[in-house]
Design a protein around this ligand. Structure first.
Ligand SMILES: Cc1cc2nc3c(=O)[nH]c(=O)nc-3n(C[C@H](O)[C@H](O)[C@H](O)COP(=O)(O)OP(=O)(O)OC[C@H]3O[C@@H](n4cnc5c(N)ncnc54)[C@H](O)[C@@H]3O)c2cc1C
Ligand code: SF4
Length: 334
C-alpha cells in the first residue's frame, strides 16, 4: 500500500510553498493539491497518480463569486461546480456556463467538484487509466494503445501521433466560448493566462497538459462582461442522458441584429485534445444572415481539420450537427 502525507493549509502562500517542492505539476507529480478529489482520488486508486504528498486546498479563501468593476465576474478556484451553475448572475449572464456544468457528472459529484479541479480534470481515455497498457500521457515513450485500439470516444481535433485523448470537461468548453482568463499564483508571483493558452496540445509531450509549474495554484477565473444582447447555449450529445461524457458538444455565444449575426464565439467539446475554440466557425458566422446554410458553413469550417481514427469518424458529422442545432436553437430564441 502506498503511503502519502496529507497537509491541510488555510493560507495561499503556505499551499504554494508546499507544492513548490514538487518535481513537476504535470503527470508524475510527487506533490498535488487536492480540492474536491473527484478526479485525483480516482486516479490514485488506479495507481495512475502516485503523489507522496497531498496539499489540501479546501480551506483556502478562494470560495467567492464576485462582480467585477468592468461588469465581468470573478470565480474563486474553490467554488463548487453546483454553486457556480446555480448562481443567479451565472444563470442570467453566462447561461452557457451554467448549462455546461449541469450537463456533467451527477449532483453529488458537482457538489464536490471545484472550478480549479474541473479545469485540470484528466482524460477519460481507458488506456490512460489502465497501468497495464502503453500510454504516452501516463508513461512517456511507452506508446499509444488508443490509436490502434478502442478510440470511439477520443479526439479528432488537435491530435498527434503520440496521443489522441479528449479533454473531457464540459465547463472548460463554456469557459473557452466565454473567453475566460485563468489566474495563477506561484513561487514566482502572479500571472493571468487566457483559457486558450492554458491547456496544451499533446504534440510529442502529451504528459504536459497545461502551462502549470510546481507550486502554481489557480486562485480564480475571470469572465469578461457579457456582450450586449448576446445569447448563449451549451448542447451536449452523449450515449445516455446523464452521468456520461460528451461525444460532441457545442458552446455558442451569439449576438444578432436585424436577422444577422454580429458576433459569435464558438467552442466544441468531446472532439478536441483541449477545449476547442473555433475561430474558423466564428469567421463564417460573423456578418452573415441567420440561416441553416450559414450554420452549416460554420460547422464545415470548424471540422475542416478533423483527423478521425478507426472508430470515431462518426464524430465529424455529429459535431457538425451539434453546432448547427445549437446555433439554430440559440438564434430562434433571440
Ligand atoms: C463518475 C464521474 C463522472 C463525471 N462526469 C463528468 C462530465 O460529464 N463532465 C465533466 O465535465 N466532468 C465530469 N466529471 C469530472 C468532474 O467534473 C471532475 O472530476 C471535477 O470537476 C474535478 O474537480 P475536483 O475539485 O474534484 O478536482 P480534484 O480531483 O481535487 O483535482 C483535480 C486536479 O486539479 C488539481 N487542482 C485542484 N485545485 C487546484 C488549484 N486551485 N490549483 C491548482 N491545481 C488544482 C489537483 O492537484 C488535481 O491534479 C466526472 C467525474 C466522475 C468521477
Ligand atoms: S490517447 Fe493519449 S491518453 Fe490515450 S492511450 Fe494514447 S497516449 Fe494515452
Amino acid at each position: 500500500m502506498k503511503i502519502f502525507q496529507l497537509r491541510r493549509v488555510d493560507d495561499n502562500s503556505a499551499a504554494i510553498a508546499s507544492a513548490a517542492k514538487a518535481k513537476t505539476a504535470q503527470q508524475g507529480a510527487d506533490i498535488r493539491f487536492i480540492a474536491g478529489g473527484t478526479t485525483l482520488i480516482d486516479l490514485m486508486k488506479l495507481n495512475v497518480e502516485t503523489p507522496q504528498m497531498l496539499v489540501d486546498v479546501n480551506h483556502l479563501p478562494l470560495g467567492n463569486i464576485d462582480n467585477l468593476a468592468d461588469g465581468g465576474l470573478s470565480i474563486g478556484a474553490m467554488v463548487r461546480n453546483s454553486d457556480l451553475a446555480h448562481h443567479p448572475i451565472v444563470q442570467k449572464n453566462y447561461r452557457v456556463l451554467s448549462e455546461a456544468i449541469l450537463s456533467g457528472a451527477t449532483v453529488q459529484l458537482r457538489n464536490m467538484a471545484t472550478t480549479g479541479g474541473n479545469l485540470l480534470q484528466r482524460t477519460r481515455c481507458m488506456y490512460f487509466r489502465d497501468t497495464a497498457m502503453p500510454c504516452n500521457k501516463r508513461d512517456p515513450g511507452s506508446g499509444c494503445a488508443a490509436i490502434t485500439g478502442i478510440n470511439r470516444g477520443l479526439a479528432i481535433l488537435g491530435t498527434s501521433e503520440h496521443c489522441i485523448a479528449t479533454n473531457p470537461s464540459d465547463m472548460n468548453v463554456a469557459l473557452a466560448a466565454l473567453e475566460a482568463t485563468i489566474h495563477i499564483r506561484g513561487p514566482k508571483g502572479e500571472r493571468s493566462v487566457p483559457i486558450g493558452d492554458f491547456h496544451l496540445l499533446p504534440g510529442n509531450t502529451p504528459q504536459r497538459e497545461t502551462v502549470l509549474e510546481p507550486g502554481d495554484l489557480i486562485t480564480h477565473v475571470t469572465l469578461p462582461p457579457p456582450a450586449a444582447g448576446s445569447r448563449s447555449l451549451y448542447l451536449k450529445l452523449r450515449d445516455r442522458a446523464s452521468y456520461e461524457f460528451a461525444l460532441a458538444s457545442a458552446a455558442v455565444v451569439v449576438t444578432t441584429t436585424d436577422n444577422r449575426i454580429t458576433r459569435a464565439r464558438i467552442a466544441l467539446g468531446g472532439v478536441g485534445t483541449k477545449p476547442w475554440r473555433s475561430p474558423e466557425a466564428e469567421a463564417e458566422l460573423t456578418g452573415q444572415p441567420i440561416s441553416e446554410a450559414t450554420f452549416r458553413k460554420a460547422a464545415e469550417a470548424a471540422l475542416r481539420d478533423a483527423k478521425p481514427q478507426s472508430q470515431n469518424g462518426f464524430k465529424v458529422e455529429l459535431a457538425k450537427r451539434c453546432l448547427v442545432y445549437g446555433l439554430k436553437t440559440v438564434t430562434q430564441t433571440a
